[in-house]
Design a protein around this ligand. Sequence first.
Ligand code: BGC
Length: 784
Amino acid sequence: MTRQLLARTKFVLLLVALTPAIAQKPARQPARVSPSNPQLASPEIERRVDALLAKMTLQEKLGQLVQYNAAGSTSATVTNSQQNNLAANPEVGYRIDAMQLAANGEMGSMLNVPAARIHAYQQAAVEKSRLHIPLLFGADVIHGYRTVYPVPLALAASFDPDLVTSLARKAAEEASSTGVRWFYSPMVDISRDARWGRSVEGAGEDAYLGAAMARAYVRGYQNDRLSQPDSVAATIKHFAAYGATEAGREYNTTDMSLSRLFQDYFPPYKSGVDAGAASVMSAFNALNGVPSTANPYLLDTVLRRQWGFDGLVVSDYTAIMELMNHGIALDAATATEKAMNAGVDVDMMSRFYDTQSPTLIRSGRVPMAEVDESVRRVLRLKFALGLFDHPYPTQPEVTAVTPERRALALRAAEESIVLLQNKLVSNTPLLPLELGTKIALIGPLADSPREMVGSSGGVHRDSEVVTVKAGLEAHAGISIMYAQGTQILSNSDNGFAAAEQIARQADVIVLALGESASMSGEAGSRADLDLPGNQLELLDRIAAVGKPIVLLVFSGRPLVLTDAAQHAQAILEVWFPGIEAGNAIAHLLYGDVTPSGKLPMSFPEAIGQEPLYYNQFPTGRPATAIDLNKPPGPDSRFVSRYIDAPNAALFPFGFGLTYTTLSFSAVSVSRPTVLLRAAHPGAASLVTATVTVTNTGTRKAAEVVQCYVRNRGASLEQPVRSLQGFQRVTLAPGELKQVSFTLGFNELSFFDNAGKQVIEPTEYTVWIGADSRASSAAQFNIER
Ligand code: BGC
């Protein structure tokens, strides 16, 4: 081989090695996995799975790999396909009789079946089908079922994983009592772009916080053992990097380096898998050109081989069919082949696995061993859940919200609301309010039960929801002056006058503004993040009355509050707080509870800053040295900045005010240097960073103490800081506490562009404080 050719060959090999996501699927044998997840594995289960598999016909096996809803048909996505000239393909768009499939043993699982109909389907499967294999019922239980808690983004603002575990447990108890034993939750996609509507379903922009929340949900749903009748299998979704969708537009493509993928997007998925999640959902999006649902690098190389995942992979809704829309399959057979061979076990709603696979198996395009392995995974999960022994719920159905669950919903809402601004009015912060304060309550979200529960509000009844109006009235013991002012999306100012009139009679105005619940969630991307409709105009008009304003912002994502912050003295980001919305808000407004929530996503000053996140990479021309409030001049133009907006968030990640004052001591580290050879994977404690926090105010408060790390001098540039620890501490007035963070290999390492986690001899800075702008810092080095 000539030198030139050798060089070129090496280059090609290198390219393939560096871009595994776009490489062809490696020829692989589906490994017979002996599950190591104690939730799924037992010799007894393996014996039963093998015995059953041996009795199954091909059609019965494929049945276990398909999932339908009770409607028995696909919806909107089919129309898309038809528009793309795929209507001629008979496999696209269908109507099936799900009850008949259950009775025939040709359907393994169902999704989002109304509780009242679950029993009949299960009965058909268990009593009529040849092998009596029970169905597994899955559902999108996202932040509560009968009892609806704050939306997941709000729960992330609590920085309280134990709280999340408790309410996830309750959701599992409630839903399992109807027969649902599989949740399509938690959604752990990192979201750094507030335009993306599904930001509401996740834990926001940070990998460390996201990983903590992922564990918390899995622990709560699955509990100690899946076989307990009230345990529910968790699904980590959407694998992978669905939240990095370009321009924040739903279902759009994603493209990123492996270093970023491993460092910033993978940790929550991995953490959920490590916590024992029984299933993973492949995402709709393509990653680096390969749709996740046909991506062997993601589903096989990373998920199964690197992370040792031995549970079930389910596709997203009609995602296998959508491989044709992605343009990587020209027909249903190829779409099926690609999804199956990549490692998707269960076909949600495409109706391809059952119709296409027989031919593919016969022709050898899909190995029978691959199919058998997927069937094993489905059966194994059903055995692990105890469904063969108890196909019907053994607990009485939970039909009402109990006081205990309501109390948890209240605590969750109180912990997740974030105080963004609290200006002085007559030399005192506007909040908390005195009990006798005469309030005018204004706004389209002040008395709307439906809006309080967010875009996936379980099976709540509106009568169970405490609105802001109801909460304030109950708390103050009097009726409150109220005017709607405008609607969430309206151009009419017909209601302004009535609102102004009550504003004039009040001491303080509480304005409940924001998005409707349906403006976030799936397919809820927005290109504009202002308060919708004419709500900002309403705020302007009310501000002109000249009374202090407390603004309650309802939203499923960060909004641009730059103008609103000029008019309102106090701002509480309340998200969608769940059934106890009004009571939680009243407790915070009147100071019965001190706000402790912290932002899990940065709130931009201008929409053009998106995607915006605190842990950005440095640039060669940082804007740190110049005054960004001044317009760009000759000495301040050629730096990394906007000429018409600041770089910084209006309210950054980790930010949230309180009613007390806190002081942080200088940060100390346990040692100035660490030897590189000590910094091996598995080293859990290399350095301890410590700070003393004192409550210098007059109110008891919970504070989320946050630890950020920066690593300089490495072979790849590293973010300007990254969260590597947090602790919620409660402090009485005058009380001080020492708070320490242990930093080990996981906290100090980074991922290179081959996806390898490494530590290099470099310099580290650690900040500890109350948000991502914490300034108290210490340094140490890792040395050879
Ligand atoms: C969503 C998933 C959800 C599934 C089933 C899809 O459209 O992306 O998150 O679990 O529907 O309802």
